[in-house]
Design a protein around this ligand. Structure first.
Ligand SMILES: C[S@@+](CC[C@H](N)C(=O)[O-])C[C@H]1O[C@@H](n2cnc3c(N)ncnc32)[C@H](O)[C@@H]1O
Length: 323
């Protein structure tokens, strides 16, 4: 599924871009991307307003799209969940909060915590005149913990920037602040997956219900070099293409995620999940499924018309209907 930025956010980014040299922006985008790819964090990559803007142009559409996918899954798994408050920890320019508000217009109290003044300033400017205008932006170090409680707590692409020894403390503090659902979104890399696995173990031990992506609370059945991750396709605007020096009008963002809920949140039954792109051949479709009994490679033959009709609609990340 393709996830586009909401028109109001697109327009707000365009306003920020007015008068900014595209050449300079492309250079900054290349430099910030190189810093992130080299394992650097926002504290190094984002030195001022234009760096933050380069991130909003080049990375925000992808992190927004991934977070939309995760929230769509939260809505499917917990259809009665209607959060009134959101804590967006490591909010950056606020894309995750835009995704949250799209999913749950019920949100009233929105808090951004971030260490980066240029990101928080940009988040505020992008929100001006929009529903997120009411968000409270606070400069904070996530490693200090003690977060204000919220129905929905989000950390998207943020745990990755916390020094590894402190990640369990931050994950625990995020869970302590969660009154309803905690959403962790990470890059879809083996390292992102490993961070989430560690958080998953701790969350289960703390009594959380894992809503997704796992259809069980048992150990993850994937074995290295395999890892659990998903993909979302997003369109690239002209400026996005220019900034990235890219030709194709879309990109595929790989992400990993975890949705954990407090036990009182009513959840749908968990069913097997498609954990790789389905392989369609002449005789049928091959699906790699994560199930309550472990990994399963299921072949659905074309000649089994009812089962095939179901299987051909499934995509990577979807759940396999049980009935
Ligand atoms: C890659 S950005 C992700 C931003 C946004 N959540 C998104 O999905 O686009 C990581 C964010 O985490 C913030 N961050 C990293 N370490 C932090 C810390 N110790 N305390 C507060 N914020 C931190 C950075 O300033 C940055 O805004």
């Amino acid at each position: 599924m393709s996830r586009e930025l909401p028109p109001a956010l697109r327009a707000a980014i365009d306003r920020e871009l007015a008068g900014v040299s595209r050449r300079d922006l492309a250079q900054r985008t290349a430099a910030t991307t190189a810093t992130y790819r080299g394992g650097g964090a926002s504290a190094t990559a984002i030195q001022g307003r234009d760096d933050a803007l380069a991130y909003a142009l080049a990375r925000l559409p992808a992190t927004y799209a991934a977070t939309c996918e995760v929230f769509a899954e939260a809505q499917r798994m917990a259809p009665g969940f209607a959060p009134a408050s959101l804590l967006d920890a490591g909010s950056g320019p606020g894309g995750g909060s835009w995704a949250a508000l799209e999913a749950w217009p019920s949100l009233r109290d929105i808090r951004w915590l971030d260490a980066s003044p240029p990101f928080l300033d940009l988040a505020r400017r992008l929100a001006t005149g929009n529903p997120l205008d009411r968000a409270e932006a606070r400069r904070a170090d996530l490693t200090a913990g003690g977060f204000p409680p919220a129905d929905l707590v989000l950390a998207s692409y943020a745990l990755a920037e916390i020094p590894p020894p402190k990640q369990p403390l931050v994950a625990d503090a995020l869970w302590q602040a969660t009154a309803g659902v905690l959403a962790l979104v990470e890059p879809g890399t083996p390292a992102g997956y490993r961070r989430l696995l560690a958080a998953r173990d701790a969350l289960i031990a703390a009594g959380a219900t894992i809503l997704a992506p796992c259809p069980h609370h048992a150990a993850c059945p994937l074995v290295a070099p395999d890892w659990c991750h998903f993909s979302v396709r997003l369109p690239r605007s002209r400026d996005h293409r220019l900034a990235k020096g890219a030709e194709v009008p879309f990109e595929d963002e790989k992400f990993a995620y975890l949705l954990a809920a407090r036990p009182h949140i009513a959840a749908e039954a968990r069913t097997p999940r498609v954990v790789a792109r389905p392989r369609v051949g002449k005789p049928g479709i091959d699906l790699k499924l994560c199930t309550a009994d472990g990994l399963e490679q299921r072949f659905v033959p074309r000649r089994d018309k009812p089962a095939y009709a179901v299987a051909r609609r499934l995509d990577w990340g979807d759940v396999y209907p049980t009935a």
